[in-house]
Design a binder for this molecule. Structure first.
Ligand code: DHB
Ligand code: MG
Length: 246
């Protein structure tokens, strides 16, 4: 089997993107505006964006939670995968990024489906629990975790709490150029990624797998999990989950 060189895997990624994803002015403008504003070019690749979109549709998601908005490229993809009365709540720590994201969402025509909450996710996530517990808002059907990797276990815990059995959870950047398989890594973001994957394996609230990705962003990967019935009973958690039976 040939060894994939960067040239070769970028050529394949471009072929797949051209063949299956195509072009969209809302999405492409979002990337152009993000780059012009000097934001890092770390949005998901087009094929991964479309995967998020398809997961929203396949799961019948109406409510989506995103942790890490950046310029809203992935947000637009997911917003386009939910019904017109659905909602994406996306959390962004950096106000300047949120401003770019808001303009990109409006330009892409999905602005009315998306709420950007500016703040550190670890502070914002607990504020989302009350309305779900009280039944004022439905739990999230799809959660995309794509923020500081050091906090992945915190974000996964909130994904289970704010979701329901059947909620789809996606974690970006689980390959990290192969470093994820280095047990002696000293990179804090890789250690955070490893702890998140170990939590997906061990915590009965999740059932998960992960795929390596080779695309224009390089060698990385995504984890995909489903929230299990254990989340409803609080099994495996130190405190009851939000859907513990009365
Ligand atoms: C980084 C973060 C991301 O979410 C990503 O997709 C790529 C890189 C980073 O922090 O380096
Ligand atoms: Mg990412």
């Amino acid at each position: 089997m040939p060894t994939p060189t960067p040239d070769a895997w970028r050529r394949v990624d471009a072929y797949l993107s051209e063949t299956l994803v195509g072009h969209d002015s809302g999405l492409e403008s979002a990337v152009a505006e993000q780059n012009a504003a000097g934001l890092p070019a770390i949005e998901v690749s087009p094929v991964s964006g479309k995967l998020l979109h398809l997961l929203a549709r396949i799961s019948g998601a109406r409510r989506v939670l995103e942790i890490g908005t950046l310029g809203a490229y992935s947000t637009i993809w997911m917003a386009r995968g939910i019904p017109s009365d659905g909602r994406v709540v996306t959390i962004e720590a950096e106000p300047a990024n949120a401003a770019i994201a808001r303009a990109n969402l409006d330009r892409a025509g999905v602005g009315d489906k998306v709420e950007i909450v500016v703040g550190r996710a670890a502070d914002v996530l607990p504020t989302l629990e009350g309305p779900i517990r009280s039944g004022d808002t439905a739990p999230f059907d799809l959660v995309f975790i794509d923020a500081d990797k050091e906090s992945n276990t915190i974000y996964l815990d909130w994904a289970a709490r704010l979701g329901h059995p059947g909620t789809v959870v996606v974690v970006d950047n689980i390959g990290r150029g192969g470093e994820v398989a280095n047990p002696a890594t000293v990179e804090s973001n890789v250690i955070g990624t490893q702890r998140g994957l170990e939590m997906l394996a061990r915590d009965p609230r999740f059932d998960a797998t992960a795929l390596q990705t080779l695309d224009l962003k390089g060698w990385d990967g995504i984890a995909i999990a489903v929230v299990t019935d254990a989340a409803a009973t609080g099994d495996g958690t130190s405190e009851p989950g939000p859907h513990r039976a009365a």
